[in-house]
Each structure stands twice: as structure tokens, then as C-alpha cells.
Design a protein around this ligand. Structure first.
Ligand code: NAD
Length: 556
């Protein structure tokens, strides 16, 4: 037996088994067990990673419901990060709805009750004046992506306060799983500015500050102190704002988008994936983006974000900004968004057209005669049979996107879209629907999942070290993604590629985004001779290192 001595600086024995980044569990080899002081601390038989995945999967399937599966995966993440990512990557279609939507929503609601170990950084209202110090407690010095929420609008679930941490954690897991951003470069952050959710304030196990939300200057100052601390400690970082209520999301984006490398996924990521869907839908139907009339139900982050990017896309195709905006119309909870209304928030004003009011969606469809109907209202069933039939009367191939999540909130179902249009709809939704068989044909609808784009955009930004994230990058990501739907996908009605190919899709998107960074002079990384090879070289693969042969790359 070789003497049990870990390589210098590396923990051995139990400490190694308790370090989730270095731990290989039962996959430590005979040689490593001797070299690292592990002999006797593990069951004698060594397993391969594939065998470990098989065991973990068996246990995963034994859980009784999705929340238990979420807790199981969280525990695996805390125990053996490499195995966690192997399992997520190899079974992405099954894992994504557990580690992210819809289950992550349920997990956030119950966060204080299922809480076991911390992950990420909490910056609280009590940290005013010492945010840099708090951020300095995070041990990793080379963070490249931060996802931050203030928990004020978690998915469609509203204000979940500090429980919102599940969202940055989940999103960053997708950055790693879908685009290979190394986990050590990812940092989830929650700004705990309080919560106005009475149920949480009354919950003795709630993990956040039991106080109401900071408002006005107090809120702005804390966010600003955080942003400045981030810029100082991590000057190369990409900061993603996530699940802020729209009263804060739009102003924060306006304030910071030209100051540092940041974006808001609810606004801009959604816009990019939906624009990709439109490009693909037009591959099926023919016609140019600039010729579409688009009616949005819901004028919030998703709707207005999509419209802003569609306008940029139409301008690229030769329209003036005014002409492009005149092709985007909105219905909100008070009817058609028109100039004469006095109740419009700032983000709706560019789309308030000079037109008579229309009280409801059906009236608006009649008035606008849209070629595309986009639902982003969070209100289920709003695309009624009459409205969908109107769309089918106005268009040979009506494009219907019912984006509201979760599935129960969709403006109409896939089946309704196909049946009510006699199989002519090009349909996509925010949450997945099962394939629909109608009149002897099987339709597979598209899922406009933001995970198709934000990880690839992040990888492209990292690869080029872009100093900003621009509309042109979101447009390029959309075009790249649309190009990845195969003819076979389109024949079935599926306007996005299969999720199983997401890692290669992310690499393609990353390349398109990095190209824009170089074109726009925003790249701080010297252009490599072979951009694709450079991007590929950055991608994390969840393979175990051979510790007995060489010291792991991680700095201790
Ligand atoms: P938001 O709160 O910012 O906006 C919602 C908008 O809907 C508001 O303008 C509100 O006035 C409007 N609205 C509410 N009730 C209405 C009614 N009865 N009729 C018409 N309009 C009404 O929310 P958001 O971030 O824009 O998200 C909206 C929906 O889009 C959510 O359900 C979300 O799940 C979904 N979404 C989907 C994707 C995706 O598919 N990739 C991405 C982001 C958001």
C-alpha cells in the first residue's frame, strides 16, 4: 500500500469527501484512495461515473414528487458537483423542469422549509455601507457570471423575498449545464430588501429579513452599492438581473445597461428567444419580419421586451423605428394601448398609437388585423376560440405564441391552437405541451424557453470579454437559434431545436454573440485565430480529474 498522503495543498480524508467540488465519492480509484487518505472511508468497491449516474437516477426516480426530486438534486449538488452536472447534462430534458421551471417555483415558495445548506451570497437591507465586504466573503476570485434577484417577482408567483434565491441558483446551474460556464465562475446573489408577502412575514421559518420592502432611494442606494461593489471586485463579470418586478426591472436596466456588462433575462432573454421563434415561424410561413403586424396581450417585461427587440429587427430589415413600432400593438388589462389613455407606464408609451380605444382583445384583433398574436399576460385562456378563429380567418398560417407560465396560465393550449385553426397555426408556448394529433397529423409545438439563449449569450460574452450586452447580440442569438431548427422540426411545427442539443446550440449562439462583440469593438479579449475552438476550450465538462496523477486545477 502506498503511503496515504494528499498532494500539497489538497484536503485529504474526510475533508475531501465533504468538499463538493473535489469529491468523487465512490469513484475515487484504488490509487487515489491510498494517495489521499481515503482507504476505509468509502465502501471498498470503486465505481465509474456512469455507474454513479445510474444509482443517482434510480434514487431520483424513487422520489415521490417533483419537489422531493428538487431537494434530492440540491443535495447531490452539495455533495458532488461533478456528478450533479453529469446527471443534469446527460438527462437535460428530464432535469430542467426540476432544477428550473416549473419546480423551482414550488421550491422557492417552500425555501425556508426545505433549506439545508447555503449557496450564493445574500446582501441584505442591513448591509448598507458594507456590501463590498459581504461580497468579499465569497471565496472565488474569478467570478464571470452573477445572476441577481431581489425576489420581488419570482416567475409568476409574485414577491417571495429572500426565498427567491432558488432562481439565481437554478439559472446558474443552467449556465453550466447548457453552455458549460464553469461552476466556479458562477455566483448567485439575492438582494434581501424585505418582502411584502404577508404569508412569508408570518412564517417562522422564513429565511429573509422579517420586514417590508425597502422603497425609493433606500432601495436604489442598496442596489447601486451592490453594482459598484461588483464592478470593483469582478470587473469582467456579466451581471444578469432576474425576476425583479417590472416597476424596478425597466429603470434598473435603463440605468445600468450602458454602465456595465449586464442584461435582464425577463426582458431581453425572453425577447431573443421569441424573436428566434418568429424567424423560425417565418421559415414555415414565408414573409419577412418587417411585414408582420404583431399584437401583444400583456405589456409587461416580456411583451415590451419582445417588442423592443422586434423593432430593432425590423429596423435592421430597413424600416424606420417609427414604422417598426407602428407594427407592434399592445392590449393590457385596460384594453388597447392607445395615445388617448392617461394611465400608461413609461415602458408602454412608445407603443401607444393614435387609434380609437378597443376594450378587449377581440376588438383589438379586429382593429389591428395581426399576423402574429403573442400572449404574455399571465392570464389563462385569454386566446378564446372566437379570437383564435378570427386569427385563422385573417391569416393562412396564424402565428400564435401563448407564453404565459406555468402551463395552467397559457393563453390557450397547443391542442386548442391546432384544432381551432384547422391545423394551420404555428404555435409556441412558454411551458411545454405534449404533441397533438389532429386530422391524422401530429404537431409538436415549440417551447420558447429562455434557456435556449441566455447560457449561449453568456458564453459569447465571456469568450470575447464584451464590455456590454447589446441588442445586436440578442438579435444575432435569435438568428443563430432560428437557424438550428431543422427542416424536420419545422415540418412537425417545432420552431426550436430539441433541448437535447442545447450544448451545441449554446456554442453556436456564443459564436454569433462574440462575433458581434468583435464587430462592435466591445471585445476586451484579443480575437483568437479560431473563435469556435476558443469557445470550445472554455466549456466545462463534468469529468473527474485524476488526483493521483496530478493536482486538480482548483486553487486551494
Ligand atoms: P409582467 O407582470 O411584467 O407583465 C404582465 C402584463 O400583463 C402587464 O402589462 C399587465 O398589465 C398585463 N395583464 C394582466 N392582466 C391582463 C389582462 N387580463 N389582459 C391583458 N393584459 C393583462 O410580467 P412578465 O414578466 O411580462 O410576464 C408575463 C407572462 O409571460 C408570465 O406569465 C410569464 O410566465 C411569461 N413569460 C414567458 C417567457 C417565455 O416563454 N420564455 C418569458 C418571460 C415571461
Amino acid at each position: 500500500m502506498t503511503k496515504s498522503k494528499p498532494p500539497p495543498g489538497m484536503p485529504g480524508g474526510l475533508s475531501l469527501l465533504q468538499d463538493p467540488v473535489l469529491n468523487k465519492g465512490t469513484a475515487f480509484t484504488e490509487h487515489e484512495r491510498d494517495a489521499l487518505g481515503l482507504r476505509g472511508l468509502l465502501p471498498p468497491r470503486a465505481f465509474t461515473q456512469d455507474e454513479q449516474v445510474a444509482r443517482a437516477l434510480e434514487n431520483f426516480h424513487r422520489q415521490h414528487d417533483d419537489l422531493e426530486k428538487y431537494v434530492f438534486m440540491t443535495a447531490l449538488h452539495d455533495r458532488n458537483e461533478t456528478l450533479f452536472y453529469r446527471m443534469v447534462i446527460d438527462h437535460i430534458e428530464e432535469m430542467m423542469p426540476i432544477i428550473y421551471t416549473p419546480t423551482v417555483g414550488e421550491a422557492c415558495e417552500a425555501y425556508g422549509h426545505i433549506y439545508r445548506r447555503p449557496r450564493g451570497v445574500y446582501v441584505s437591507a442591513e448591509d448598507r455601507g458594507r456590501v463590498a465586504e459581504v461580497l468579499g466573503n465569497w471565496p472565488q476570485k474569478h467570478v464571470r457570471v452573477i445572476v441577481v434577484t431581489d425576489g420581488s417577482r419570482i416567475l409568476g408567483l409574485g414577491d417571495l423575498g429572500a426565498n427567491g434565491m432558488g432562481i439565481p441558483v437554478g439559472k446558474l446551474s443552467l449556465y453550466t449545464a447548457c453552455a458549460g460556464i464553469p461552476p466556479a465562475q458562477c455566483l448567485p446573489v439575492t438582494l434581501d430588501v424585505g418582502t411584502n408577502n404577508e404569508a412569508l412575514l408570518d412564517d417562522p421559518l422564513y429565511i429573509g429579513l422579517p420586514q417590508t420592502r425597502l422603497q425609493g432611494a433606500d432601495y436604489d442606494d442598496l442596489v447601486d452599492e451592490f453594482v459598484q461593489a461588483v464592478r470593483k471586485r469582478y470587473p469582467d463579470v456579466l451581471l444578469q438581473f432576474e425576476d425583479f418586478s417590472n416597476g424596478n426591472a425597466f429603470p434598473l436596466l435603463r440605468k445600468y445597461r450602458d454602465v456595465l456588462c449586464c442584461f435582464n433575462d425577463d426582458i431581453q432573454g425572453t425577447a431573443s428567444v421569441v424573436l428566434a421563434g418568429l424567424h423560425s415561424a417565418l421559415r414555415i410561413r414565408g414573409g419577412a419580419l418587417r411585414d408582420q403586424m404583431i399584437l401583444f396581450l400583456g405589456a409587461g417585461e416580456a411583451g415590451v421586451g419582445i417588442a423592443d427587440l422586434v423593432v430593432s429587427g425590423m429596423v435592421e430589415e430597413g424600416l424606420t423605428p417609427d414604422a417598426a413600432r407602428s407594427r407592434c400593438w399592445f392590449v393590457d388589462s385596460r384594453g388597447l394601448v392607445v395615445k388617448s389613455r392617461r394611465d400608461l407606464e413609461e415602458h408602454k408609451i412608445p407603443y401607444a398609437h393614435d387609434h380609437a380605444p378597443a376594450p378587449d382583445l377581440r376588438g383589438a384583433v379586429e382593429a389591428v388585423r395581426p399576423t402574429v398574436l403573442v400572449g404574455a399576460s399571465g392570464q389563462p385562456g385569454m386566446f378564446t376560440q372566437a379570437i383564435v378563429e378570427d386569427m385563422a380567418r385573417l391569416n393562412d398560417r396564424p402565428i400564435l405564441f401563448a407564453l404565459s407560465n406555468p402551463t395552467s396560465m397559457a393563453e390557450c393550449t397547443a391542442e386548442q391552437a391546432y384544432v381551432w385553426t384547422g391545423g394551420r397555426a404555428v404555435f409556441a408556448s412558454g411551458s411545454p405541451f405534449a404533441p397533438v394529433t389532429y386530422a391524422g397529423r401530429t404537431f409538436v409545438s415549440g417551447q420558447a424557453n429562455n434557456a435556449y439563449v441566455f447560457p449561449g449569450i453568456g458564453l459569447g460574452v465571456l469568450a470575447s470579454r464584451a464590455s456590454k450586452v447589446t441588442d445586436e447580440m440578442f438579435m444575432a442569438a435569435a438568428v443563430a437559434l432560428a437557424g438550428l431548427a431543422s427542416e424536420h422540426d419545422l415540418e412537425q411545427g417545432r420552431i426550436f431545436p430539441a433541448l437535447s442539443s442545447i450544448r451545441s446550440a449554446s456554442a453556436t449562439i456564443a459564436r454569433a454573440v462574440a462575433e458581434i462583440a468583435y464587430e462592435q469593438g466591445l471585445a476586451r479579449e484579443k480575437r483568437p485565430d479560431d473563435l469556435s475552438a476558443w469557445i470550445q476550450s472554455l466549456i466545462y465538462e463534468p469529468h473527474y480529474a485524476d488526483y493521483a496523477e496530478k493536482r486538480p486545477a482548483r486553487a486551494f
